[in-house]
Write a protein that binds this ligand. Structure first.
Ligand SMILES: CC(=O)SCCNC(=O)CCNC(=O)[C@H](O)C(C)(C)COP(=O)(O)OP(=O)(O)OC[C@H]1O[C@@H](n2cnc3c(N)ncnc32)[C@H](O)[C@@H]1OP(=O)(O)O
Length: 425
């Protein structure tokens, strides 16, 4: 990170989030992003960000640098440098960290960062052997060569590559991995359902109370998030079948206590103090004091466990205890994952022996967590979640006393975790 001068994060906007194959299904990742980028650049009244960082997780063959494509399609910055970045569900949070490290006092004072995923518009590819064969066919110079090459295809070569939410090393889905970790940490079905219900209740209350109004820009067809439920209850949640362990009779994770596959885009500002002055004066902002990115051997620790390593290290490095953090925003990939993070953070032996932090961090203030719901109720478009959760935290922090601090945490595929430490000015 930039080592001299303050680094600020300021709340951006996002599209509404909607379940895959739902009302946003007509927009691809670039089209979703364009709505966010255009709205945010318009806030500068003719000014431009100095650079643009964007990310998406599910690959698409028709572009490589989505950031540049978004700016061009948005028509808001043909002369603004733009690059893309990716780190699974932490994508747009690491985009903010990268931007923070690139700020200077002259040419790079204000960055627009964010991310997107459209799971409705994923691109299905060809298996590698079939792609190899097609390339060979394309390169054959004569009809004879083409006929000879055509004869080389084998039935086993013909296959498709369908993007899936699985870890490449193990072949298990995020949900299957998390079921294993939930069992290891003895996280029961009833506590997951209760957690999920509360996430929905808070998200609905947030919408009803106007909290999301200036964080979300409607699309032509969708005015607000479509995933938060008014109609859910513990009874309804308890009836849902296990989604990831359907055979052992011990599966605890369901469609109701998991984040759903989601479409959406979100943005965020990253700025020096001079860059911040280019934003509308009432834009909520917070100092990025420090951040931590942890990686663990997920075959040992659990695929989504890294934030429980990163958070104690980040706090200890800054001389802070849990109680010194006034707001916690923890990404809810699954209710069980939040619950095993909390159990690990409250386990002194884990913090000492696994995270390697000798300090006693004190009791964890669970009541300060995710006040307007999290990804279980709001949805989780992988590339967008980092910017969504940071903007939300910055706005929540803005309502607290000056000097209040927030921790914002995201677990990611590959056993990694990204955690930001923010402070209200
Ligand atoms: C680091 C990370 O973030 S890793 C996480 C990455 N993300 C993931 O892995 C995505 C995980 N999610 C998924 O794979 C999918 O969304 C699943 C498997 C959980 C659910 O998929 P689907 O079965 O298609 O979900 P769907 O929305 O249709 O819900 C299934 C049923 O549960 C019901 N349901 C879902 N949520 C609720 C709720 N809160 N209350 C009551 N009922 C509910 C639905 O109404 C539906 O009922 P129906 O079959 O009668 O229509």
């Amino acid at each position: 990170m930039r080592t001299t001068g303050d680094v600020w994060l300021a709340a951006g906007v996002r599209t509404p989030f909607a379940k895959v194959d739902g009302p946003l299904a007509g927009l691809d990742a670039i089209q979703l992003s364009v709505r966010v980028a255009r709205h945010m650049v318009d806030q500068l009244h003719g000014g431009l960000p100095d650079f643009f960082v964007w990310g998406h997780v599910v690959p698409n063959l028709t572009w490589s640098n989505i950031a540049r494509e978004v700016l061009m399609d948005a028509g808001v910055g043909a002369t603004v440098p733009a690059f893309s970045t990716v780190m699974a569900c932490g994508t747009s949070m690491v985009a903010a960290f990268e931007a923070a490290g690139m700020l200077n006092d002259t040419s790079r004072q204000l960055a627009l960062v964010g991310g997107v995923d459209s799971l409705s518009k994923i691109q299905i590819g060809l298996s590698q052997p079939l792609s190899d064969w097609l390339r060979g066919f394309q390169h054959a110079r004569s009809l004879g060569q083409k006929i000879a090459h055509a004869a080389e295809i084998r039935a086993g070569d013909v296959g498709l590559y369908v993007p899936a939410v699985t870890n490449r090393t193990t072949g298990l889905s995020m949900g299957e991995h998390t079921e294993i970790t939930a069992k290891q940490w003895d996280i029961g079905r009833a506590e997951q359902d209760a957690y999920a219900l509360e996430s929905h209740r808070r998200a609905v209350a947030g919408w009803d109370g106007g909290f999301f109004d200036d964080l979300v820009v409607p699309t032509d067809d969708v005015a607000s998030d479509t995933i938060p439920r008014r109609d859910t209850s513990l009874e309804k949640l308890a009836k849902l079948p296990p989604a990831f362990d359907r055979t052992s009779g011990k599966g605890t994770m369901t469609a109701g206590n998991s984040s759903l596959l989601t479409d959406g885009a979100a943005g965020l500002w990253v700025a020096t103090t001079a860059g911040l002055a280019k934003l509308p004066p009432r834009t909520p902002r917070a100092r990025l004091l420090d951040f931590e990115i942890a990686a663990v051997d997920f075959r040992v620790e659990g695929l989504l466990m890294a934030p429980a390593f990163a958070i104690p290290r980040l706090l200890a490095r800054n001389g802070l205890k849990y109680a010194d953090i006034h707001l916690w925003e923890i990404h809810e990939a699954f209710a069980s994952q939040v619950l095993f993070h909390l159990k690990a953070l409250e386990d002194g032996a884990f913090v000492r022996d696994k995270a390697g932090v000798a300090d006693d961090l004190g009791p964890f203030p669970r009541e300060r967590m995710n006040p307007h719901g999290g990804s279980v109720a709001l949805g989780h478009p992988f590339g967008a979640t980092g910017a969504r959760i940071l903007s939300q935290a910055i706005k929540e922090l803005d309502a607290l006393e000056p000097g209040s601090r927030a921790i914002v945490s995201i677990c990611t595929d590959g056993g990694q975790g990204t955690v930001a430490l923010l402070e209200r000015a």
